[in-house]
Design a protein around this ligand. Structure first.
Ligand code: ZN
Ligand code: MN
Ligand code: MN
Length: 288
């Protein structure tokens, strides 16, 4: 499928065949942006890419004309900067530092994280814990150009960051480089109704009062398997869920969001994502 240069579109891509494959596969599915894990997301350590792998990756980025500004890394699943368990918290800090260093090696500048879960200790505790952790990370990688993206999450399991107030608070207290990812499924889970004009007005107003629109560097474009405010965190393919084609048309008709990379984390892999991109292009972006 032809890549539409007006928009930045892509998906979460597998890295199993090597980092250098990602730009080529991104082009194959009709994208010009992507997100990856930079190590196995279920482990506590990074496997450093060697010089050869790094060169191959940078060459393929150039070959495929993918801008490093439109390439994102998602942190591993185990990281929990709000954890009340000291061992998990310490390991999370260490792993995040390794992930940042891996980003640097690959020339990638955005690392997306979930703020963390307080696991029952309360939101105030969780927020403080996250800020302490991030400031400790920043002390070690102070000179890094990598920007941490705080993702809004679903309001479940003691999660911090389901509302912009949380993200804004972390942004104001963290001394390092930080910006925001907006996930449409998680936002819908938390009651942000992007399917209506009024809902969008309220969303934009809340963003402006907290994190500011210009700090949103990535959209996780996911439909939702469950209705508004369900707090389920079940992503659905574009148009097949409760946000739906019309909901995404409404969301993307606001020009505030049109220049931000739209990254799919919908069910399936490259094949399904190619279909999601086709629907996004033909049914949504061409009709706004
Ligand atoms: Zn995420
Ligand atoms: Mn997401
Ligand atoms: Mn999710």
């Amino acid at each position: 499928m032809k890549v539409d240069r007006r928009f930045k579109i892509g998906a979460h891509m597998p890295v199993s065949k090597g980092f250098y494959k990602v730009p080529y596969e991104t082009k194959e599915i009709g994208g010009n942006s992507f997100q990856i894990f930079n190590h196995s997301p279920r482990t506590w350590k990074c496997s450093w890419p060697n010089d050869k792998e790094i060169t191959k990756f940078k060459n393929s980025m150039r070959d495929c004309q993918i801008n490093f500004d439109n390439a994102f890394v998602h942190s591993g699943y185990l990281v929990n900067l709000a954890s009340p368990k000291d061992d998990v918290w310490e390991k999370s800090i260490r792993l995040l530092i390794e992930e940042i260093k891996t980003c640097e090696l690959l020339g990638l500048k955005y690392l997306n994280i979930h703020p963390g879960s307080h696991l029952g200790e309360g939101e105030e505790y969780g927020l403080k814990r996250i800020i302490t952790a991030l400031n400790r990370v920043f002390k070690v990688v102070e000179n890094s150009d990598v920007i941490i993206l705080l993702e809004n999450v679903s309001p479940k399991g003691g999660n911090i960051g389901y509302k912009f107030e949380h993200l804004g608070y972390i942004m104001s207290e963290f001394k390092g480089k930080v910006a925001i990812t907006y996930d449409t499924c998680h936002g819908f889970d938390a009651g942000y109704d992007i399917t209506t004009h009024l809902g969008m007005k309220k969303l934009i107003e809340e963003i402006e009062q907290t994190v500011r629109i210009e700090n949103i560097k990535m959209i996780h474009l996911n439909d939702s398997k469950y209705p508004l405010a369900s707090a389920k965190d079940r992503h659905e393919n574009i148009g097949k869920g409760y946000i739906g084609i019309n909901g995404f048309r409404n969301f993307l008709s606001f020009e505030e969001f049109q220049n931000i990379p739209l990254i799919l984390e919908t069910p399936g892999s490259n094949l399904e994502h190619a279909e999601d991109i086709r629907i996004l292009q033909t049914e949504i972006l061409n009709k706004i």
